[in-house]
Design a protein around this ligand. Sequence first.
Ligand SMILES: NC(=O)C1=CN([C@@H]2O[C@H](COP(=O)(O)OP(=O)(O)OC[C@H]3O[C@@H](n4cnc5c(N)ncnc54)[C@H](O)[C@@H]3O)[C@@H](O)[C@H]2O)C=CC1
Ligand SMILES: O=C(O)[C@H]1O[C@H](OP(=O)(O)OP(=O)(O)OC[C@H]2O[C@@H](n3ccc(=O)[nH]c3=O)[C@H](O)[C@@H]2O)[C@H](O)[C@@H](O)[C@@H]1O
Length: 662
Amino acid sequence: MDTSNRSEKPQAAVLSLQRHQLPRSLPSEQSIASICSPGASTPSSIQWTGSPWLRDTPDTSPPSSNAGSPKLEPKTPAEDSSISPVVESLDGSQDFGVAKNICFVGAGFVGGPTAAVIAYHNPQIIVNVVDLNEERVASWNSAHLPIHEDGLLKVVRVARDGTVNAAVSLSNSSSIELKARQPNLIFSTNVVGAIEEANIIFICVNTPTKTHGIGAGSMADVSAVESATRTVAKHAKKGAIIVEKSTVPCGTARMIQDILRYHRPDTSFEVLSNPEFLAEGTAVENLMHPDRILVGSAQRLEGFRAAAMLKAVYAAWVPRERIVTVNTFSSELAKLVANTMLAQRISSINAVSAMCEEIGLGADVDDVSLAIGKDARLGSKFLQAGVGFGGSCFEKDILNLAYLARELHLDVVADYWLAVLRVNEDQRHRFARNVVRELNGSLRGKKIAILGFAFKDGTNDTRNSIAVHIIRDLAVEMPREIAIFDPGCSSHEILEEVEKIGLSSSQLERIKICSNWRDCVQEASAACILTQWKQFRGRQLGITAASSGKGKKPVKAPVRDWTVGKQLTEMEILALEENTEYSSGTPEDPLKRLQPLRACPEGCSRCGTGSGGVNDQEPVDWVEVASKMQEPRWVFDGRNVVNRLELQGLGFRVRGIGKGLQ
Ligand SMILES: NC(=O)C1=CN([C@@H]2O[C@H](COP(=O)(O)OP(=O)(O)OC[C@H]3O[C@@H](n4cnc5c(N)ncnc54)[C@H](O)[C@@H]3O)[C@@H](O)[C@H]2O)C=CC1
Ligand SMILES: O=C(O)[C@H]1O[C@H](OP(=O)(O)OP(=O)(O)OC[C@H]2O[C@@H](n3ccc(=O)[nH]c3=O)[C@H](O)[C@@H]2O)[C@H](O)[C@@H](O)[C@@H]1O
């Protein structure tokens, strides 16, 4: 990587960057400086190729043509975060308007569930969720949602389909009436129509890492945000509030504002940052009980008003003290930092796991996690060692944060964040190397079973799964077969990801996707557990082994006299469902208020496979696995989910993560 241009950067720009005052213009071809730290070893996939904020010639092009990261501007005194406490005093019940119609642009993993939960708790607000992807929208409108998340179907059914009148008999022989609820959640491809109606528009589109051009492999591609914003700019009604929900580089709210001004110079819009912190697999739980809701606004009266209006939407179910308001840049930065620091904990414990394995002498990373997690300053979460973190966000957000650091000439800081990724990459390679090494250095003629493809349990999301990286490493060894089974992902989702990793045709044809664990392990020499699905712990092994530990939180609804004839909130109805005795109904619908499930078209390919296209849910029977696998029956437990001693008792050789051999 060429670093020679660094000294040619305009000194004024450098100084202003140090004061967080970034020039607004984009780089010309000639002035693009490589920002790779001299001598720094970055992962091979990460190349610092451009500096989108540094250009000494004025940018005269319309904002809509600016590709790549947004531009940052000097803060005005009014935007100083020190005055943000003002927002805390605005509670939305004051004269700032009340949202009646909300639009989500982007019905993905975040847009769909977030819109559904907002609609669920705000029956008086119409929530439109729009997407360009017709198939996805059709799926949201069916009984088979495109996303597999616990509890999501019920939330969607209540808001999308409405409910029927219901009566509940209480144990004190009184009863209460639950009035029917009208539908208020609509999924469609009518992007323009929904934008035109909305008071609040959430932009919730994808922001992957750029794959080509300046900043390829490191910088966030905000082109979908730009494109959605252009549509919003053309069609939003006067006074609509635009909310940036996607995870974006610092300064994107300003870019959105620029696009809005360009298309609608005579109308002023407020842009808020409201990043999402849900984790896949626990999306509904996280949305129902968020640790915090973060709202970033411009630090002026209109910004505070807009923030207050958004706060009022969340306050329908989130305690006000959990709704944090800051300035827009802090909010954008906080999201990237949160993900990076969560990933950093995983890399830290995975680095320890590598040491445990090398030390030998029985050092066990799970013991270390347990011991350090008891320290209240460290806490016990995100200390589960494993085969590394996957998913669509951690890697891209770390790259995004490191890119910003590099832009700010903070090379040591950038390298510090990138080390989190380097450890993660190394953890995956180490795992694959160990498989090959334990199988005598060659996989030729051998079958390898992959148990788990989703990047974590509880989701059908296969994007950037850890499995796919390990499969690539193993495929190079030309095994007879690599068989993959995941209880949460459909075969086409798995195949789509596998096809992206650039395997040769002879490597690809050795990969087989199975719909149950029996076929997967049949005649395999080794089984690799790559996702922490509870089914993999096995029938014999109980449910006490390390797991993702998602307990259902008790519903904290205010206790009051149920018989008072006021319409109950959904939180209160949830509490009622948990606390009343009922003689009929189903666990999902104890009060019998749901509308019948929407009928599928004849021959629906997803009927019978569960709501998320889910495969065989039967727990793995390790006794049976032992009879099906071939010697030497290796189990490489990349998630430390099985009971090693019990499996060894069944004749398996077991290698976990961070388990020093005794
Ligand atoms: N997946 C996750 O768990 C989390 C994701 N995020 C962030 O949220 C954002 C969205 O992520 P996902 O929902 O996972 O992405 P996704 O890819 O599942 O969904 C994005 C959707 O936006 C649609 N879209 C793109 N351009 C559009 C346009 N102009 N008009 C209408 N629809 C359009 C796409 O068709 C797609 O369905 C990203 O910035 C991500 O980093 C934040 C927190 C959690
Ligand atoms: O911005 C995002 O997309 C989201 O990214 C993560 O959520 P997510 O990636 O869905 O799932 P996590 O539970 O964070 O798991 C990420 C990866 O880390 C792994 N992990 C997690 C925890 C742990 O202790 N060890 C570990 O290896 C998981 O198996 C998984 O592969 C964050 O947890 C969310 O707060 C954030 O909103």
